[in-house]
Design a binder for this molecule. Structure first.
Ligand SMILES: Cc1ncc(COP(=O)(O)O)c(C=O)c1O
Length: 502
């Protein structure tokens, strides 16, 4: 699918060539900081699971669009025509990206990510089938795919994750079916992550859908992590039960920061109830005591002026991803992830959470680990301060899951907490958590080598490095001497002042 704003030379390249070009074209790949040893070095960005870097092409395409920027919902003046047409094109491009049949599915934008969309979907599905009181989610879900269902969806039951050594951290379809059978008739929907933000393990979403549909439950997929790493097929199966009823993802995790979140859902569901949000743009006619909601999709679901620029950035990014080919992207992700896993495995002091054999459980993009006898916060701080490697640590908004996984490495500490009735006196202990390294299109094996060398050096120098840190009043590890000042690198007012003066 082509579009005038995106038919640059780059877009005429195909597959591997396009990937080779795009992977070096992200904003921030050459960002430098001064580290604790006084040297300047290039940042190694291994925090993609939290937010990916911005794709250069998407940034340039959205800047180009700004010359024509105008509100949508009009085809009158020239700029409004361009804006409206481009905005509409993006909706159909997204349906294409996730292989959702446009006859049956619609796509609309929401808030800044999956969280807003999931709250919306929980309310929608609850209103759709209020007589069904149960929602199934797995224990590995991000809080954004758990709490919205607790608050709006119904009684949430957490499906345990397989704890066999063969596929630790994967969905166990037998356990899942037992739940479906036990609560048959009461389950409104199942909401499941397509790719865990803790382990990177991929969920077989279409198998989940087939099972859920067999027992009359609908299926929502949290594709916050999946969208940028794994090809998605929402529809197009001979067996309709394998189709996904609703799927959500975020622009800030698909190389398009500043973008809204996306919901793709069945039109039949969305048209059965009045849209959750009302206002301009979604009504055909308004009278002082009455109004008529548009039957048109996506208009009826997008009240108010949308985040047009963000949507265009997102549309550009997924168009590029799809032009490279999601199969190709997955292959690269698996390769780099496995490369990292293998190297980490060679250290007895490193413990990786979740199944590490790719044949048993496919893992893309994310590795959560700990160095034994070192707090996650200390390791993450040293990686940053001494090696300029950006990782994330703590519980990644998946507290119940991380707590379960920590049993593999912190049994003694957990036992002690249990004695203290930890749920009543909840306090985050410094050992509670993991370090997470996560990769994107721009991550190279050289980046992984730098990470591994850094981890090796930390393991060798555990004591001397630990001695350089204290835990501050916020509970964070802080270097005793080295200080980083944000404004040395970026100040909004200084940037504006420079622009005004020039
Ligand atoms: C699996 C998963 N679901 C949901 C979310 C929430 O997404 P957002 O921050 O776009 O609302 C995240 C964010 O990290 C995530 O990793």
């Amino acid at each position: 699918m082509n579009h005038p704003l995106l038919t640059s030379d780059t877009m005429s390249l195909k597959g591997q060539k396009l990937l080779d070009k795009v992977k070096n074209d992200f904003i921030g790949l050459d960002t430098q900081y001064k580290t604790a040893d006084g040297k300047h070095s290039k940042r190694i960005y291994l925090d993609t699971t939290a937010s990916s870097l911005m794709m250069g092409i998407a940034h340039r395409a959205s800047n180009e669009f700004l010359k024509h920027y105008a509100n949508t919902h009009s085809l009158l003046h020239f700029s409004a025509k361009i804006s409206t047409k481009t905005y509409n094109w993006i909706h159909s491009r997204i349906l294409d990206f996730v292989h959702a049949n446009p006859e049956e599915f619609t796509c609309f934008f929401m808030g800044s990510g999956v969280t807003a969309g999931m709250n919306r979907m929980a309310k929608t599905f609850q209103r759709l089938r209020p007589e069904k009181d149960i929602v199934l989610v797995s224990i590995m879900e991000h809080h954004s795919n758990d709490l919205p269902h607790r608050k709006h969806g119904g009684k949430v039951l957490h499906i345990p994750i397989s704890n066999t050594s063969q596929n630790l951290g994967s969905i166990d379809l037998d356990i899942f079916e037992k739940y479906l059978l036990q609560f048959e008739g009461r389950i409104n929907y199942v909401s499941i992550t397509g790719l865990s933000n803790v382990t990177g393990i991929v969920t077989p979403i279409n198998k989940i859908a087939k099972l859920a549909h067999k027992y009359g439950a609908y299926v929502i997929v949290d594709a916050a992590q999946m969208a940028a790493h794994v090809p998605i097929y929402m529809s197009g199966f001979e067996d309709k039960d394998m189709e996904i009823d609703a799927l959500l993802f975020s622009g800030h995790k698909t190389y398009a920061p500043g973008s809204p979140g996306v919901i793709i859902a069945r039109k039949s569901f969305m048209s059965a109830i009045e849209p959750e949000e009302v206002g301009g743009g979604m009504v055909d006619k308004v009278f002082p005591d009455n109004y008529f909601v548009s039957k048109k999709f996506p208009d009826r679901e997008e009240a108010g002026t949308p985040n047009i620029l963000g949507a265009i950035t997102l549309g550009a990014a997924i168009h590029v991803l799809d032009s490279i080919g999601m199969e190709r992207i997955l292959k690269k992700d698996l390769e780099v992830t496995q490369y990292a896993v293998k190297k980490m495995q060679s250290y007895n002091d490193i413990f990786i959470y979740g199944e590490i054999n790719n044949k048993d459980s496919m893992r893309a993009g994310t590795i959560a680990f700990n160095i034994l006898d070192m707090d996650h916060g200390l390791v993450a701080a040293i990686l940053n301060d001494y090696f300029n490697i950006a990782v994330r640590n703590e519980c990644f908004c998946a507290h119940p899951y991380v707590e379960k996984m920590l049993h593999s490495t912190h049994e003694k500490e957990i036992e002690q907490l249990d004695c203290l009735d930890n749920h009543l006196n909840w306090k985050v202990e410094p050992w509670m958590g993991m370090v997470r390294a996560s990769i994107g299109l721009y991550t190279t094996k050289e980046d992984i080598d730098i990470l591994i060398n850094a981890l090796s050096s930390i393991i060798k120098n555990k004591n001397s490095l630990s001695a350089k840190y204290i835990i501050n009043t916020d509970g964070d590890y802080q270097h005793k001497e080295f200080q980083f000042s944000s404004k040395d690198y970026f100040s909004l007012t200084a940037t504006i002042d420079r622009d005004i003066i020039s």
